[in-house]
Write a protein that binds this ligand. Structure first.
Ligand code: MBD
Ligand code: FE
Length: 302
């Protein structure tokens, strides 16, 4: 069909709308449908291909992997890049870089002040101490800031989604102390891979792509009057460090992984060698001329 004939059909579809409904939804859906009509025409998509895709989308929904697919197709990083651009244009630049939340946050993790232990002692990974401060743009420490942290275990799996782990394993909420310090002890995580028999991997196979993430630790960092920071740090030396299937690795988020032992560890109950990461988070003040960073998203709650 030529463009005029396609546009005439799209016009008929759009004209069938009444003044009811939601203007924003109409604008978005009409645009997506138009782009898909053009795609079907330009790539001569067959009916069998179309129904295969519809079935794929249905099964992906049933599997609960849409959040994973959104990360893997780069949508979640794209949303970050757009927010970065808006902040840049408004002159917001001094904060710790953001990167994607991913689909595996669970709200309601146990809360403590200053320090938390994230693991229960059964994970055979290397002991980790990560510590630092939460700072304002001007470098002043923020006391009582919330550091929500979550990461995978030595097999790359996350508690709650992996029912073999205890509730809230490797998930905590830490409130900074009077000097703005947070610290946690845990085990060095291993990179995540999408479920090998799942719908996301099925599509990645068709695209000639892998579904691996480099080892990383997730954070939400927040304090009243400041823009909520969603970010991750990566574990240095991971083979997928700059080959993340979700495109989330960024300069500024790959701290040195130091080897340590002795009194510092003992002060946190660590015996022997451990890995040490020093990392400060910098928050920027909330302001009305950039979109908020608090994102509405259905999340797991436990
Ligand atoms: C993860 O652990 C993750 O962080 C993302 C973005 C996608 C899948 C699993
Ligand atoms: Fe993750």
């Amino acid at each position: 069909m030529n463009r005029d004939a396609i546009d005439a059909l799209l016009q008929r579809i759009n004209d069938s709308a009444t003044s009811e409904g939601n203007a924003r939804t109409k604008a978005i859906v009409n645009r997506i449908v138009r782009d898909l009509f053009y795609t079907i025409e330009d790539l001569d998509v067959t009916p069998s291909e179309f129904w295969t895709a519809i079935n794929y989308l249905g099964e992906t929904g049933q599997s609960g992997e849409y959040g994973l697919l959104a990360a893997g197709l780069g949508f979640e990083h794209f949303l970050d890049a757009r927010l970065d651009e808006k902040e840049q244009q408004a002159g917001v630049s001094d904060g710790t870089p953001r990167t994607i939340e991913g689909p595996l946050y669970v709200s309601g993790a146990p809360e403590s002040v200053g320090h938390a232990r994230l693991d229960d002692g059964t994970d055979p990974g290397e002991t980790l101490l990560m510590r630092g401060r939460v700072l304002s743009e001007d470098g002043s420490p923020l006391k009582g800031a919330l550091v929500e942290v979550w990461h995978a275990n030595y097999l790359g799996n996350y508690s709650y989604f992996d029912k073999s782990q205890p509730d809230f394993n490797l998930r905590r909420t830490i409130r900074t102390d009077d000097e703005g310090n947070y610290a946690f002890t845990s085990v060095v995580p291993v990179g995540y891979s999408v479920p090998p028999a799942g719908k996301t991997q099925q599509l990645l196979d068709q695209l000639g792509r892998h579904g691996h993430r480099p080892a990383h630790i997730h954070f939400f960092v927040s304090s009243p009057g400041f823009r909520k920071l969603t970010t991750q740090i990566n574990i240095e030396g991971d083979p997928y460090l700059w080959d993340d299937f979700a495109f989330a690795t960024r300069e500024g988020l790959v701290p040195e992984l130091k080897k340590a032992e002795g009194a510092l560890g003992e002060s946190y109950g660590i015996k022997g060698n451990f890995a040490l990461i020093d990392f400060d988070f910098t928050l920027v003040k909330e302001r009305a001329d950039v979109p908020p960073t608090e994102v509405e998203r259905v999340r797991a709650a436990s």
